[in-house]
Ligand binder design. Sequence first.
Ligand code: ZN
Length: 321
Amino acid sequence: MALTQMQYDEIMRGYERKRDISHRNALEARRKVREAIPEYKDTEDAVTALAMECAEKVLDGDAGALKDIRSRMEEMVRKQKKLLTDNGFAEDCLEEKYECSLCRDTGYTPDGKKCSCLKRQILSLLYHQSNIEEILDRENFSTLRLDIYTDSEREKMEPIIRKCRSFADSFGSSYENILLYGNVGVGKTFLTNCMAKAVLDSGYSVIYFTSIRLFDTLSRELFGHDEERSWECQKDIFTCDLLIIDDLGTETVSSFVAGRLFDILNERDLRRRSTIISTNLSFEELGKRYSERNFSRIFGNYTILHPDAEDIRIRKKRSAF
Ligand SMILES: [Zn+2]
């Protein structure tokens, strides 16, 4: 389960609230019916008496009597429905009404499987906390265009795109990290968004940060006073199924930044949680920035992808004229 226990409990409390409301509405409807149709209560008493008689016959082993009781019960239910409709009520006005009839607002279908309404809620929560909810509609594998690349660029990009797809397809069954490096505007962020959406749609938690925002967040949390929130934020960064750090190298490097980065990557590696990093820096520059030793230790278990093309953002703008 990609949600935290707290998030799951909150969703379940939502279902409880819905069931409470439908129960209260049904009680209120019953009160109104009894007020408007005094003889309705007699039919309810008759149904209760029939149910008790039925239980007694079962205990006595008198199976033959059940058929008769069943037909009297059906007759009584028909009478109730007629009373309701004759007095302007809907036939089913006393039934508890559920928002989702498949799971009766419990989140689980009778065979114990997650209901589609629960899956939808989980997915929407995962999207919401990803930090890139809005952009994923526009940037995903189905909107990825290869025709913006020249023939020779496309030849280099195709295996990279294939690798990104297979990373997303096998997410959860294997542990893998990706480092995308290349010039500005070759489509690295687009590719990370494609993977993010595919992984989210499979029900995993994804958190996206530009590196500037990540370190900003970490230092704000660290130097802030809200310890509980700080711990929650760090926990998400360490434990989410997929962490994306976009544009590594654009932040101001300090010993704090370098230290935190390697804490995060190290911790995630120990927990076997995947990370995608994109950067405009070359290996040499990365080594210089974050210390050669740390760099090779951490990135030793990353799949390195090097998209290589002209700045396609400029080309897209040109083609718009
Ligand atoms: Zn449902």
